[in-house]
Ligand binder design. Structure first.
Ligand SMILES: *Cc1c(COP(=O)(O)O)cnc(C)c1O
Length: 433
């Protein structure tokens, strides 16, 4: 690991190929602020706090920057000037995720009593049908720059597929690790791209611990773990959700955003992205509230929020929302801080409510969400009921994955309306005419 240095003594020239990281200038510790060179590091050597990417973002005329972004490709690379990637990133083989639909959800709004405008940011439209393609795309760029030859991760399912596909597209080897008992849709999605897929007898937290050991072992040499030693870069991909939501609203902030929580990385980086847009003058500054969504069977952040605690007590996950089943979320304390600071909240729903919410979104908007989307829409519904979310304010709710990957969740309560002989009489008898 590179030695931590103070902000004053930090020498940006120590980074060998600065242009490979665009406007990013260093890694900085979220706890003590110490800066270190851009490297495959994730923990501060001074205090063990998590590292994140620090920038010298383009100052100057916001109009010019806005025009430059609008003229860019219709994927996350339109925001290359705000990401730790080189300016020519779009010219290399990549899955080019992002620029997913922001759906004005008037039917769902009517059903839930939202009068201030309701939008679904539908990230199931990404190349491997979850928001994870965003984070992996940035991590892959870092992996290339650092010369890694194998792409790896610990995954609750979606990340495994996103890493497998990105490795296939970019010509890297992949070897990814998942809990052995994931949904069939997630396993098939991860395996089809041809990389190695290893099931671990344990839950996600066991898988993650295993990967940390692998990084310290000679076996893991040359391996880029997108959510471990490349985590600072990976996290930045989630900022693009904030950028897209605001640009798609016509370069303005929504009042409220409801975001699912697994490790909490996505939620914290969406907040980071919103703050950058304000600082750069790309959107007008106004207060916004961030809400976090968890499943009751894995609700360590929600429990801490409600109890008024600053620390997260780890849980053993037991929920159908497996993509969110992280019992010891790395970014949990930061999520608590953001939701409290912005005046939002963290809430959870049970598995039955998750299934109901998946069907509600499908029935009202024609969007088939995976269980994580059910958690988020279910929590939106609950937050309105208990008065924590203002139905008269403009609200964006995230759907982060595709329902085809978690068919098991809805299969028991869906099916044929009738089975008939191919005759009109038979159809009449069924009472559907
Ligand atoms: C990974 C994931 C999330 C959230 O991930 P964080 O670890 O909190 O960044 C949300 N939804 C889906 C479908 C996911 O796969």
């Amino acid at each position: 690991m590179a030695a931590a240095v103070t902000a004053e003594s930090f020498d940006a020239d120590a980074v060998t190929d600065r242009s490979a990281f665009g406007p990013a200038v260093a890694l900085s510790c979220r706890e003590c602020g110490a800066r270190t060179a851009l490297a495959p590091d994730f923990a501060c050597t001074a205090c063990f706090g998590p590292l994140e990417v620090a920038y010298e973002l383009p100052t100057g005329d916001p109009e010019a920057l806005r025009a430059r972004i609008e003229a860019g490709p219709t994927n996350i690379w339109r925001y290359a000037p705000l990401l730790p990637v080189s300016a020519d990133v779009a010219s290399r083989p990549n899955l080019n995720p992002g620029w997913t639909k922001l759906v004005k959800a008037d039917n769902l709004a009517r059903e839930l009593g939202v009068t201030g405008g309701l939008y679904v940011k539908d990230d199931s439209g990404n190349p491997t049908h979850s928001f994870k393609d965003r984070v992996v795309a940035i991590a892959v760029e870092a992996a290339r720059t650092f010369g890694f030859t194998t792409l790896s991760c610990s995954s609750t399912g979606n990340l495994a597929g996103a890493v497998g596909a990105a490795a296939a597209r970019t010509g890297l080897r992949s070897c990814v690790f998942i809990p052995h008992d994931l949904e069939q849709g997630k396993v098939v999605m991860a395996a089809v791209y041809g990389g190695e897929l290893v099931g671990i007898q344990g839950n996600y937290d066991d898988v993650n611990r295993f990967c940390s050991e692998l990084i310290g072992d000679p076996v893991g040499e040359g391996w880029g773990f997108v959510n471990v030693n490349l985590r600072p870069y990976y996290g930045e991909g989630s900022k693009t959700l904030a950028y897209e939501i605001c640009e798609q609203l016509g370069w303005r902030l929504p009042d409220q955003i409801v975001i699912p929580i697994a490790s909490g990385s996505q939620l914290t980086k969406i907040d980071k992205g919103l703050k950058e847009l304000i600082a750069l003058g790309l959107v007008e500054d106004k207060p916004y509230k961030i809400f976090g969504a968890q499943a009751e069977g894995c609700s360590p952040v929600s429990v801490a929020f409600k109890a008024g605690h600053d620390v997260i007590r780890p849980q053993k996950p037991d929920t159908i929302a497996k993509s969110l089943a992280i019992g010891n979320p790395a970014d949990g304390p930061y999520v608590l801080d953001i939701c409290r600071r912005t005046g939002g909240a963290v809430e959870d729903v049970n598995d039955e409510q998750v299934v109901d919410a998946i069907k509600l979104l499908a029935r009202t908007e024609g969007i088939f969400a995976e269980t994580a989307g059910g958690v988020t829409v279910g929590v939106l519904q609950k937050l309105i009921k208990n008065g924590l979310l203002d139905p008269a304010a403009e609200t964006v709710v995230l759907n982060t994955g595709d329902g085809l990957k978690t068919l098991d969740a809805v299969e028991p309560t869906t099916g044929l309306s009738a089975t008939i002989r191919p005759t009109l009489d038979s159809f009449r008898e069924a009472g559907l005419a």
